[in-house]
Design a protein around this ligand. Structure first.
Ligand code: NAP
Ligand code: MG
Length: 489
C-alpha cells in the first residue's frame, strides 16, 4: 500500500503511487490432476506422463501425457478416418457453423482460458485477457466466414482440402497459435493432429472441451502432448501437411526430413526485427511502441522489435525517454491485473537469455536495467536495454526471445535499410516517421514479411503473417492463410 505522509497542517498526501495488488481469481478454471491425449473425440489414457508447472512459482499444475509413437499414430489415424468419413465432404456452410460455435464458446469462456494461459505460460493476465483470447476467437470467426467461400477466394481453381495436417506450435502464444493453425485447416476441410509446446499444454487441453461443446465430429481435431520427440513422430507420420511454428533450427530439421516426401510444409520461425525511429516521429508514441515492441509478452515474440535503430540526431533523447519509461514497468505475478511483464516461460529459456545478455556485456555493450524487485520463486528477467551495440555483437545478430533490447543508430534512410536487412531473418519491421512517403519508401526496401508503421505488434486475422529468409515461408492469416491447406485441380 502507498505510504501516507502528513505535510504540516494539510491533509495527508500519498508519498508514492504504487499499485495495490490486484490478482485475478484463479478459481474460475478447474485444472485436472492428469490429462490424456485427445484422440477421436475421446481422452486416451497416456502411457507416459510429465508434470507441467507454473513458471511464475514453479508450482506443479498437472500431469500430462508424453505421447509415444503409437499414440501419435492413433491420433493421425483418427484424423484420417474423420477426413474420409464425412468432414471433407461436408458443405462449407456446415463447417462454418462449427467454427462459429468454437469462436463463440471461446468468447464465453475467455476469462477461464486467460487465467489458465497466464498460469501455465507466465504471461501477464492483461495480455492473455486483452490480446491472446480476443485474437484467438477472432481467428475462428474470420475463417468461419471463408469456409463456404473458398470458390470465391480462389476463382477458377477448384480448391480442395489436402487431408490430415500435423501442426506443431510453440509456447509463447499457446492458444493463439492453436487458433492460427486449426481455424484455417478446418475451414478448408482438413482434419488435424496438433501438438502444443511441452511447457504450455494446458489451454490446448482445455480447448478439447470446447471442441466437444461445439459437437465437432470426433477426430476432426486431435491433440497430443509431449516434448520434441512427439513432434518428430508427427513429422514422420502419415500426414499430408506439416505446419510448424518454432525455432529456425527445428524448422530446418523438419524441412530436411520432409524433402522428397511430397508432404506440404509451412514454417513460421524466428526473427530479429528492426524497429526504426526517424527524427521527425512523434517521440513519445515511438517510445511506447519501442516498449510494446520488445517487452510485450516478456519479449517471447517472434516478431519482437529486438533491434532498435535510432536516427543519430535524436539518440540521446530516445534513450533517456526509454529508460524513464522502463522504470515504470511492473514486473511480477502474471495473474495481477497491473503486471506489465510476467515470468519467463521456462528455466531453459531463462538460461538462454542470461547467456546472450552475458555475451552482450562481454562484447562491450552498455547494459541498463531499471531498479526492480523480482519474486523469489519462478523464472524472471528484468527488462533490459543495451546501448553501444555493434552490428557484429551476438545480441544484435541472434534472437534472444526475452525482454532484451539492442539499440543501434543510423544517419540516413539508406543506412537504416542496409543495417535493418543485415540479418539472416526477415519476419517483421517497424518504421516511425511523420512522413508517409518515407514509410512507403522504407517498406519497399525492408526485407520483412510484416511491416508496421507508427505502431508495433498489431495483429488482425485478415492480415497475412509470415517471413522471408530464415524466418520461414508460407503465410498464416488472411486469404493467404487458406492456401497452404488447399490443393487445386
Ligand atoms: P522449438 O524447440 O522449435 O519448439 C517449437 C515446437 O516444436 C514445440 O512444440 C517443440 O516441442 C517442437 N519440437 C521440438 N523439437 C522438434 C523436432 N525435432 N521435431 C518436431 N517438433 C519439435 O522452439 P522453442 O525453443 O521451444 O521456442 C523458441 C523459439 O521459437 C524462438 O527462438 C523463436 O525463434 C521461435 N518462435 C517462432 C515463432 C514464429 O511465429 N515465427 C513463434 C514462436 C516461437 P517442445 O515444446 O517439447 O520443445
Ligand atoms: Mg524446444
Amino acid at each position: 500500500m502507498t505510504e501516507l505522509e502528513k505535510k504540516q497542517s494539510r491533509a495527508p498526501v500519498p508519498s508514492g503511487w504504487d499499485y495495490a495488488p490486484a490478482p485475478e481469481a484463479r478459481d474460475i478454471v478447474r485444472i485436472e490432476e492428469r490429462y490424456g491425449h485427445f484422440v477421436g473425440g475421446e481422452w486416451l489414457e497416456p502411457r507416459e506422463t510429465y508434470t507441467t508447472i507454473a513458471p511464475a512459482s514453479e508450482e506443479p499444475l498437472a500431469e500430462v501425457g508424453q505421447a509415444t509413437p503409437e499414440e501419435v499414430r492413433s491420433a493421425i489415424q483418427a484424423a484420417r478416418d474423420a477426413f474420409q468419413n464425412g468432414w471433407s465432404a461436408l458443405p462449407g456452410s456446415e463447417r462454418a457453423k462449427y467454427l462459429f460455435r468454437i469462436a463463440r464458446i471461446l468468447q464465453e469462456r475467455s476469462r477461464e482460458f486467460a487465467v489458465l494461459e497466464s498460469l501455465n505460460g507466465g504471461k501477464p493476465i492483461k495480455e492473455s485477457r486483452d490480446v491472446d483470447l480476443p485474437l484467438a476467437a477472432a481467428h475462428f470467426f474470420y475463417y468461419a466466414g471463408w469456409a463456404d467461400k473458398l470458390e470465391y477466394a480462389f476463382p477458377n481453381r477448384r480448391p480442395k482440402p489436402i487431408g490430415v495436417a500435423g501442426q506443431i506450435i510453440p509456447w509463447n502464444f499457446p492458444l493463439l497459435m492453436l487458433a492460427w493453425k486449426i481455424a484455417p485447416a478446418l475451414a478448408a476441410g482438413n482434419t488435424v493432429v496438433l501438438k502444443p509446446a511441452e511447457t504450455t499444454p494446458l489451454t490446448a487441453l482445455l480447448f478439447c472441451d470446447v471442441v466437444r461443446q461445439a459437437e465437432l465430429p470426433p477426430g476432426v481435431v486431435n491433440i497430443v502432448t509431449g516434448d520434441g520427440r512427439t513432434g518428430v513422430e508427427i513429422v514422420k507420420g502419415d500426414v499430408d501437411k506439416i505446419a510448424f511454428t518454432g525455432s529456425t533450427e527445428v524448422g530446418k530439421a523438419i524441412q530436411r526430413e520432409l524433402a522428397g516426401t511430397g508432404k506440404r510444409l509451412t514454417l513460421e520461425l524466428g526473427g530479429k526485427a528492426a524497429n526504426i525511429v526517424f527524427d521527425d516521429c512523434a517521440l513519445d508514441q515511438a517510445v511506447e511502441g519501442i516498449v510494446n515492441g520488445i517487452y510485450f509478452n516478456q519479449g517471447h515474440v517472434c516478431c519482437a522489435g529486438s533491434r532498435l535503430f535510432v536516427q543519430e540526431s535524436i539518440y540521446e533523447d530516445v534513450v533517456k525517454k526509454l529508460k524513464r519509461r522502463m522504470k515504470t514497468l511492473r514486473v511480477g505475478d502474471p495473474l495481477d491485473k497491473n503486471t506489465d511483464v510476467g515470468a519467463i516461460n521456462s528455466r531453459q529459456q531463462l538460461e538462454k537469455i542470461k547467456e546472450l545478455v552475458a555475451a552482450g556485456e562481454q562484447e562491450g555493450a552498455e547494459i541498463y536495467q531499471p531498479p526492480c524487485k523480482l519474486p523469489e520463486k519462478g523464472y524472471w528477467f528484468v527488462p533490459t536495454v543495451f546501448t553501444n551495440v555493434a552490428q557484429s555483437y551476438r545480441i544484435a545478430q541472434e534472437e534472444i526471445f526475452g525482454p532484451v533490447l539492442s539499440v543501434l543508430t543510423f544517419r540516413t534512410p539508406d543506412e537504416a535499410v542496409e543495417k535493418a536487412n543485415n540479418t539472416p531473418y526477415g519476419l517483421s519491421a517497424g518504421i516511425w516517421t511523420e512522413k508517409g512517403s518515407r514509410i512507403l519508401w522504407m517498406a519497399e526496401r525492408l526485407r520483412a514479411g510484416v511491416i508496421w508503421a507508427n505502431t508495433f505488434n498489431r495483429f488482425d486475422p485478415a492480415s497475412p503473417f509470415g517471413g522471408y529468409k530464415e524466418s520461414g515461408f508460407g503465410r498464416e492469416g488472411g486469404r493467404h492463410g487458406l492456401e497452404p491447406y488447399l490443393e487445386f485441380e
